[in-house]
Design a protein around this ligand. Structure first.
Ligand SMILES: [Zn+2]
Length: 338
């Protein structure tokens, strides 16, 4: 409960100054035999149904923890002195769960539901939506118009949210917010520029060229997704405080694209390329090979790169120095000449 308490104040409600907070001295939890709900919060007290716990399918501890995140949010949240829609109140409580677990059990998908204040997981997904801003500064240009017609702001935000979960949970395996970079909002701008085609700048901004979109031949939505997965990796990845080789940084971004099945024509085949930090698709294929030697390699490497970068991380993780790994990799795919 102590962990949940800190999490809700700092990550969800962001009231770090105690004077902003609802005064709560103590919270009591009772396990009570009652029907009709899993849990109920009443005046700083939480009742958890023993009947619900008995009927839980799967891991009781996980379900109980999720329930406690939900009920503890009710203890701490404001409710407009009782005037806030109950669906919003329940949505905020489930939003807390969404911040803790990737795709929590039984959750709505982004975009599901009939109204924003339907409550619980539907409203939680709607609230999640505000973490992404899409600004089309080129709406009157051919590329900006094509973006609006073939993708649109709403779909773009959903793609960003999906990419975010995929990168944090599947690629980097950072289940806890304390492991993750603190990013509140990601902005995606559609800009009328020739170059760069796409770029990440600052901590949390992505630019996408409308001129590139205007000239792109093929499925623009898929192309947009591929680029969003790449750029969102830059937003979320560690860089060893800026000391990691740029080729490795770009390789990790392409690795995300590879694992999401979003590679574009011309993407390197396994074994191609001249050196491990050549970048982009070449390095992505090499990282895939390292992943085969040490499962979770990319997640572990990223974690090690939080504060600094050292070449020996490769050896720490696989038992072999990186130059040896690269040679073995080339040999495996019959690409080595000497
Ligand atoms: Zn990049």
């Amino acid at each position: 409960m102590r962990t949940i308490n800190d999490f809700i104040w700092s990550v969800v409600l962001q009231q770090n100054d105690p004077s902003d907070r609802k005064p709560v001295d103590s919270v009591h939890t009772y396990i009570v035999e009652f029907d009709g709900a899993a849990g109920i919060e009443w005046g700083n007290n939480i009742n958890v149904s023993s009947l619900y716990l008995k009927g839980v399918e799967g891991d009781v501890k996980t379900q109980f923890t999720g329930l406690m995140y939900h009920e503890m949010t009710h203890v701490f949240q404001w409710d407009g002195e009782g005037t806030a829609p109950s669906g919003l109140i329940e949505g905020i409580a489930d939003y807390t769960i969404l911040k803790v677990y990737d795709n929590p059990y039984g959750f709505a998908n982004p975009g599901d539901g009939d109204s924003w204040d339907q409550g619980y997981t539907v409203t939680a997904r709607f609230l999640e939506f505000f973490e992404y801003a899409v600004i089309n500064d080129a709406a009157t240009t051919p590329g900006g118009t094509r973006f609006n017609n073939e993708i649109g702001v709403c779909k773009a935000k959903q793609i960003m949210a999906t990419a975010n979960s995929f990168i944090l949970y599947a690629i980097f395996q950072q289940s806890y917010p304390s492991d993750q970079k603190a990013i509140d909002l990601v902005n995606l701008y559609i800009e009328e520029v020739k170059f760069p085609l796409t770029v990440t700048w600052g901590n949390n901004n992505i630019n996408f060229s409308s001129i590139y979109m205007a000239g792109f031949k093929g499925d623009l939505k898929r192309e947009f997704m591929a680029n969003v997965y790449h750029e969102m990796t830059h937003v979320l990845q560690w860089t060893g405080n800026g000391n990691a080789p740029p080729g490795l940084i770009e390789g990790m971004a392409e690795y995300t694209k590879l694992k999401a099945n979003l590679t574009q024509p011309g993407f390197a085949e396994p074994g191609q390329g001249d050196h491990w930090h050549q970048g982009y698709d070449v390095t992505a294929r090499f990282l895939e090979y390292c992943e085969g030697i040490t499962p979770g390699f990319v997640a572990k490497l990223n974690k090690m790169m939080r504060f600094r970068f050292e070449f020996k991380y490769f050896k720490d993780l696989t038992g072999k120095p990186v130059y040896q790994l690269w040679l073995d990799y080339k040999v495996k795919y019959g690409q080595c000449c000497n």
